[in-house]
Every structure is written in C-alpha cells, then in structure tokens.
Design a protein around this ligand. Structure first.
Ligand SMILES: Nc1nc2c(c(=O)[nH]1)N[C@H]1C(S)=C(S)[C@@H](COP(=O)(O)OP(=O)(O)OC[C@H]3O[C@@H](n4cnc5c(=O)[nH]c(N)nc54)[C@H](O)[C@@H]3O)O[C@H]1N2
Ligand SMILES: Nc1nc2c(c(=O)[nH]1)N[C@H]1C(S)=C(S)[C@@H](COP(=O)(O)OP(=O)(O)OC[C@H]3O[C@@H](n4cnc5c(=O)[nH]c(N)nc54)[C@H](O)[C@@H]3O)O[C@H]1N2
Ligand SMILES: [Mo]
Length: 764
C-alpha cells in the first residue's frame, strides 16, 4: 500500500490528549460542564448509572472510574441544559423540521413535555400524559389485528423497560418486535446458537488478561469501544499478539495512548496495539479464516506424519464436538485461488495469521459490524467458531468467542424477551406467570416491518427509543412508510429527524435518561438493570435532576400505554411504581434471574450462566457443532469487479457520532475534519474512475429493483483501503442501501456491502 494514501503515517496515536480535549469540548458544548463531570464520575460505578455508551464490560477490581471519551460524549449529550420545549415546536412546522440535519435537530436539546402532532397547524403541540395514553390505547384497539402494530426497540432500553414492553405487545397480541439488534449482531446470535448452543460470547473481561492471541475482526474499538482498547493495549504490553483484520487501517488499532496513564500522557507517548494488521476485502473474512484452517490442517497432518501428536485438541474434539470431518472436507475443497481472491489476502499473509493462531495457547476472537452486516455473516461467525473449536479455545481461561455488542443493553433486551421469533419456553412462561395466552406466530423483524408498513399492512409504529427512519436502509422509502401509518409513537429523550416522519396520529413522548433520578410517587428512587457483552447484569440508578418535571421513565410510559390499551388487570401501575415488582416477574419468567432483586444489589451485579463457557452445549446434538458451509461462489467485491465501474460500499461510524446521533463533524483518527460527506477510496480506484482526489461525486446505488438511490455530493478521500472497496458514514449513506438485500438467515441489511457507482458532480 502506498504511503501517500495513508494519513496514519503522519498522524498521532488514538486516545491521549486528543481524547481529553475532545471531551472537554463536548462537556462545554452541552452547556453543563459541571453536571456532566459529576455524572461522569459515577458512570460504571457501583452506585451510579451504567454508561449509556457501549456494552463493553466493567472491571472488577479498581473502582476508580474508567475514563472513556465515548462515555463522556454520551453523558454530556443527555445532561445538556438545552431544551426542546413546546415553544420550540410552536416556532417550526414539522415540514420545516424535516429539512433540518440530524445534528441540528438533536442539538435543540431535551424534550420536556408529551407532544401530539396537530395536522391543522402542521406542528407538535403539548398534551397531557393521560390524554396521550388514552388516545394511543384507542388507536391500538381500533386496528383490525394486533399484528398491524410494530413495536420497535433500540438497545438502550433497560431490562425492566424491555420486559414490560414485550409483555405489553404480547398481551396485546403480537410478536412484531423489529429491534436494532436485527441490524446489528443478529448474525452473531444465530450463528453462535447453532455452533455452541448460546447466542452470546463465552469470555469474561478477565480472559483478556490471560489470552496469548486476540483476533479483532471487523471492529473499530478506538472509536466504538474505547474501554476495550485499554484491555487490548494491556494485553499487547504483556506480550500477547493482537491481530486486527480490517480492510481499513484504523489508527486506534495500530497505536493508542492511554488517557488513564498519566506518565504516558505527559511524555506524549503511545504504544502499538495491533502486532499484526491484515486488510481483507469487504466480506472476505470467511475465506480468510478458511485459509487459516487449511494451513492448520496441513501443519497438523505434517506433524502427525512425523510421529508428533498433531496440532488439534483431539480430546476436546472427541468429547465435545461434532461435524469436524464435513468441515475439513469443505476446507480441503476450497482452492487457494478462491480463498485469495475472495479474502483479498495472499497466501503468505494468511499463513502468518495461522502461525499466530497455532503459536498461542489461549486465543480470543472478537468481532462486530464488519463481520455481521454481510450476506454470509452467519456462515462467517460459524467459521470463526470452527477455528476456535479446532484447538479447544472455548470454555477455558483466556480463550473464547466475543461478539462485542453495540448498544449498552442490546444483549439484555434480547435476554428478557425482545425477540420476533421467540422460543416456546418464553411464551409458556409468560402464559403461566400472567395467566394470559400470548400469540405463538413469529412476528416482524426490521426488514419485515419496513415491508409491512410500506405496503400498508402495518398501520401503527411504536418506537422505544432509537431512530428507525435513519438507522434503517432506504431512508426515503422508510420515511414514507412511517408517514403512511395511522399511528406513530416515539419514546425519546431528544427530538430526531426520524420523529418528523409522523403518522396521521403522532406522539412524541419524553422520557428520563439513564443519568437521571427516577423517583416514584412515594419519593423512592428506582433503579434499572442492564447486561453487558460479558453477560454481567448490573444495576443502574441516575444521579442527575430530570431535565423536566414532566418526564416519565420509560417503564412508566410503557405501563401507561399498556393500561390504557389493555386495562389494569396485569398490574401495570404497581410495576411502574416499584421496579422490584418487575424484577420479581423477570425472575420467574427468564431462567438465570433467580433472586434477581438480591443479586442485582451486589456491588458488580452478577453473571448470567453461560453453558458453553462451562463446555455444556445446548445444541440439538449436545455438542459444539462445526459448520460445513461451502465458500460463497462469489461475494460482492468480486461481482462489482465483474461489472466494471462498480464498487462495494461499507457504511461505518465516524469518531464523532453515536449511531444516528451526530456529536460533531470530525473523524479525528481518520483525519477528516468539519465534514461527513466523504467516501474513502484507494487512490488507484479514484484514478480508475477518472477522478482526482477530493473530487466531488454522487453515490449511486446499483441494486436493480426499479428504485433510484442516490446520495448527493460526497468528497473522494484517498485512503488505505483495498481496491474495489469503499467506505463512508452512516446514516447519510443509508439513502443508497436497499432494505431488500439482507443477510442469509440473519435478515440483517447489508450495511457493509452495498454495490455502488459514482457520478461526477457538475462543476458549480
Ligand atoms: N462512539 C460510538 N460508539 C459506539 C457506536 C457509535 O456509533 N459511536 N455504536 C455502537 C453500536 S450500536 C455498535 S453495533 C458498535 C459498532 O462497532 P463497530 O463494529 O466497530 O462499528 P463500525 O463503525 O460499523 O465499524 C466497523 C469496522 O469494521 C470494518 N469492516 C467493515 N467491513 C468489514 C469486513 O468485511 N471485514 C472486516 N474484517 N472488517 C470490516 C470497518 O472498516 C470498521 O473498522 O459500536 C457501539 N459503540
Ligand atoms: N448503514 C448503516 N446502518 C446501520 C448501521 C450501520 O453500520 N450502517 N448500524 C446498525 C446498528 S449496529 C444499530 S444498533 C442501529 C441503531 O439504531 P437505533 O438504535 O434506532 O438508533 P440510535 O441512533 O442509537 O438512536 C438514537 C436515538 O435514541 C433516542 N434515545 C437516546 N437515549 C435514549 C433513552 O435513554 N431512551 C429513549 N427512549 N430514547 C433514547 C434519541 O432520541 C436518539 O435520537 O443502526 C443500524 N443501522
Ligand atoms: Mo449496533
């Protein structure tokens, strides 16, 4: 790769003073530096709130607060003194607000009162809670079937809110639970359940202190999981190999200066994180890992031929697994040409990766969206599991699988029942506990919900947080689909662009944030709980004064809607008053939550049992199952090359955003400042389309379904990225991602492999 294309050579390490300066800026910009600083001090502390940033685990020892730029931004965003009060909505029509940017709209501040859309004036007008609940109940009951309603969940919702929400929807009569998880780690859950019997990672935070090799696949922790970077860095410091697989050279993965380390900060130092960096092409990880397996099998055979014991964990394979031979046959059938072309890595590079794997006694594999948002993501997740199973790297200290979750409670929401395809035991337990008969038929995920609303089959949309219109693909189509609805209800802390896609009857219901004190009528403050990527469940209680006296907790809002829709019989009001009552119900419905109310008050909470981590495999065979999927015949970058002029686009996050929330316009580690409409491209590809670096282009989606998809006016940035692959930011580029292209089995939109071409902008 030519040096000219890499901004990394010149720029400094990730983290460090840049991170501190950036945090100071965000706390000040939020207009409440003091409250922000105070809030930060109790984030991820035993008696404070769980950080609303990411789902990385919290350390057991060292109660000192872990500094995280990401967390500071998330807290400052919520603790702002700015308000989106009724006077703001009186000044602007909804049509006008639709023309605002994501950034400007959220920047108005916190919602203060329930708002109802008034079609006559085309504005949101304040209403009382009682009136809002009553009308929502009437509208839901007027649907011809409960299956005409969609209940969307974003992963920040607490276990208590999510449990009550699924109870509400199921008691109402539907399993329609489109969930941010459908766009996120769905493939991890599905693949891991098939392979090891549980859809969650098997490692604990402590395992990172013992691992000899950590493969970080399709993940950008410097931006998205900064506290994970600390663990990676400590591992690298004690000599473990940290291997990055990422088409883009992400600076934070290469070098990192730790804001926790005062001496390093003073010296302006930084240390390498990744000892090895491989740049596969988009979607090429399955082939890369298959190549590694090919080498492992060959080296194993050679060792045995020489009378050695072989390199596989024979005892583990014999006692704990099934299906090895079928997979081995697939691996042997895959030719090196196909492996090299698909992965974009040459054989020598793959050999080097295999040697690191073979040289390590304890191996961890972590991954995120670079693995899960592709067509063959489930097969890829299973290929990762296969590789670890070969040498028994699951269920022992310092080794294991680690899908790194996104939203701070996305894993917990699933655990407590947000699932459009629920297991029978969950439904049986709900029926028994509440004396109801919940529906059995599977409901809608995100893609199915979009389709149903677009076709007019679904008529009501309830959003528990999140930003459905902006987070989903095909922005224009989804915005239209929401506007076709009879009822839209958005439960949120701040207004966002998606909220302006109003149905005929539309509500914006303001809730307390996680940093705020939630007091019940009797004055007793309530806590909620969340589950992190390591299956640790812990309590979270706010410490800040609520942004407005009119706010209700998410739990209270769900209870209010449920009672207005279904009547009082399930005891909604009591559960809203006292969250312990919800936890008692969870304890009786969801396995693993016995004594919930006692255990959640232990300092670090408790860990949900993970059978696979104990080498108990809850699969049909009772063993860990090797998968034997053939390599795909062709993946997107190969197809794009065949149709010359086409590229495969991945949409990722800048350093200054949290999903659809834009904190600022800089992407410090990638050297982009003051703008977001950029496309990262190999310099030779820029030349190949007849453009010059920094030229402005329109990005055109090439999916052929008769719909035109264009995102206008982007700057081409020469970058260290494989040829044929380009990258740019979400949510802006969701305009060109078709919702109908989705992952096999996972049905996850292909946010990391969308075929596009480029069209020069006319010079102004
Ligand atoms: N600050 C901040 N923190 C966040 C979020 C945020 O938006 N901002 N979002 C949260 C959420 S919901 C989530 S899910 C996580 C997301 O965390 P990440 O998965 O780190 O998120 P992305 O920015 O989408 O980055 C994907 C990475 O995978 C690489 N990649 C893309 N395609 C491929 C591929 O085919 N193969 C390989 N090997 N790599 C590939 C990209 O180059 C990029 O480095 O972060 C969570 N934390
Ligand atoms: N093209 C492309 N699309 C993607 C992705 C991608 O990588 N590329 N990533 C996907 C992924 S991994 C995910 S997880 C989804 C995210 O999809 P969502 O979870 O729907 O989106 P967010 O941007 O996280 O939601 C932000 C909104 O949540 C609300 N909010 C914030 N805090 C709270 C709170 O405490 N309570 C409530 N009720 N509301 C709150 C605010 O109004 C804010 O505007 O996007 C997906 N979409
Ligand atoms: Mo996510």
């Amino acid at each position: 790769m030519s040096d000219a294309a890499s901004p990394l050579k010149k720029s400094k390490a990730a983290g460090g003073w840049g991170a501190l300066r950036s945090c100071g800026k965000h706390l000040l910009a939020s207009g409440s530096a003091l409250a922000g600083a105070k809030a930060m001090l109790s984030a991820n502390q035993p008696d404070g709130f769980d950080c609303p940033g990411c789902a990385w685990g919290d350390p057991e020892h060292g109660s000192s607060f872990e500094f995280c730029e990401n967390g500071v931004k998330a807290v400052a965003w919520e603790a702002t003194e700015k308000r989106a009060a009724p006077t703001f909505f009186a000044r602007h029509t909804v049509t006008e607000l639709r023309g605002w940017t994501d950034y400007d709209l959220e920047n108005v501040g916190r919602l203060t009162q329930p708002m109802r859309y008034d079609p006559a004036s085309n504005r949101f007008i304040a209403v009382g809670w009682y009136q809002a609940f009553a009308e929502i109940g009437r509208e839901l009951n007027a649907l011809s079937s409960p299956d005409e309603a969609e209940f969307y969940t974003s992963g920040r919702a607490s276990n208590e809110a999510a449990f009550l929400y699924q109870l509400f929807a199921r008691a109402f009569g539907t399993n329609n639970f489109p969930d941010c998880s459908n766009m996120c780690h769905e493939a991890s859950g599905i693949g891991l359940i098939q392979s090891i019997g549980i859809g969650k990672g098997t490692v604990e935070l402590e395992d990172f202190e013992l691992a000899d090799a950590i493969f970080v696949i399709g993940q950008n922790p410097a931006t998205n999981h900064p506290r994970m970077l600390g663990d990676l860095r400590r591992a690298a410091q004690r000599g473990a190999k940290v291997v990055a697989l990422n088409p883009v050279r992400e600076r934070g993965l290469e070098r990192f200066a730790d804001p926790q380390d005062k001496i390093e900060m003073l010296r302006g130092g930084s240390r390498p994180v990744a000892s090895h960096y491989a740049q596969p092409k988009l979607g090429g990880d399955m082939a890369a890992i298959r190549g590694m397996a090919k080498i492992v099998f060959a080296r194993d055979a050679a060792d045995r031929a020489e009378g050695g014991p072989g390199l596989l964990d024979d005892a583990f394979i014999a006692e704990h697994t099934t299906g090895l031979e079928a997979w081995r046959a697939e691996v042997e059938a895959a030719g090196w040409d196909a492996i090299e072309d698909q992965s974009g890595l040459d054989r020598a590079e793959i050999e080097a990766l295999a040697e690191i794997y073979l040289g390590a006694e304890r191996v961890i594999a972590t991954w995120a969206m670079g693995v899960t948002q592709h067509k063959h993501s489930v097969a890829t997740v299973r290929e990762i599991a296969n590789l670890l199973l070969l040498r028994g790297h699951i269920g022992r200290p310092g080794a294991g699988l680690c899908p790194v979750r996104g939203h701070s409670n996305v894993q917990g929401d699933r655990t407590v029942g947000i699932n459009e395809n629920p297991p029978a035991w969950l439904l049986d337990n709900l029926d028994r506990e509440f004396g109801i008969a919940v529906p059995r038929a599977p409901g809608h995920n995100v893609v199915a919900a979009i389709k149903a609303m677009a076709e007019g089959r679904s008529k009501a949309f309830i959003g528990l947080g999140g930003n459905f219109a902006r987070a989903t693909p095909d922005t224009a189509l989804v915005t239209e689909a929401l506007r076709r609805c009879r009822l839209t209800v958005q439960i949120a802390t701040k207004p966002n662009l998606g909220h302006m896609a109003v149905g005929e009857v539309a509500y914006l219901l303001p809730c307390l944030g996680r940093t705020e004190i939630d007091r019940n009528a009797a004055g007793k403050s309530q806590i909620v709980t969340v589950e992190d990527s390591m299956s640790m469940v812990h309590g979270s209680g706010g410490i800040n004064k609520p942004a407005s006296p009119h706010l209700k907790s998410e739990v209270a809002i769900i209870a209010g809607m449920a009672e207005a829709t279904l009547g009082k019989s399930l005891g909604w009001a009591a559960m809203a008053e006292d969250h312990d009552l919800i936890r008692d119900r969870i304890a009786r419905v969801i396995p693993g939550f016995e004594d919930f109310n006692v255990r959640v008050r232990q300092p670090r909470g408790f860990r949900l049992r993970n059978a696979a981590a104990e080498r108990v495999w809850e699969t049909p065979s009772g063993r860990a199952e090797f998968s034997a999927a053939p390599l795909p015949l062709e993946i997107e970058h190969q197809a794009a090359r065949r149709r010359s002029g086409e590229f495969v686009l991945q949409t990722f996050r800048s350093h200054d955003q949290y999903n659809t929330t834009i904190y600022g316009l800089d992407d410090r580690y990638r050297g982009v400042y003051g703008e977001r409409r950029v496309v990262f491209m190999h310099p030779d590809d820029i030349a190949a389309i007849g453009a010059a670096p920094n030229a402005r282009v329109d990005v055109v989606g090439t999916h052929e379904d008769g719909r035109s998809r264009v995102a206008e006016d982007f700057r081409l940035v020469a970058y260290d990225i494989p040829r044929g692959c380009v990258a740019g930011y979400y949510p802006e580029l969701n305009a060109v991602v078709p919702f109908s292209r989705a992952g096999e089995q996972s049905d996850t939109p292909l946010s990391k492999s969308t075929p596009v071409t480029f069209r020069p902008r006319e010079a102004a």
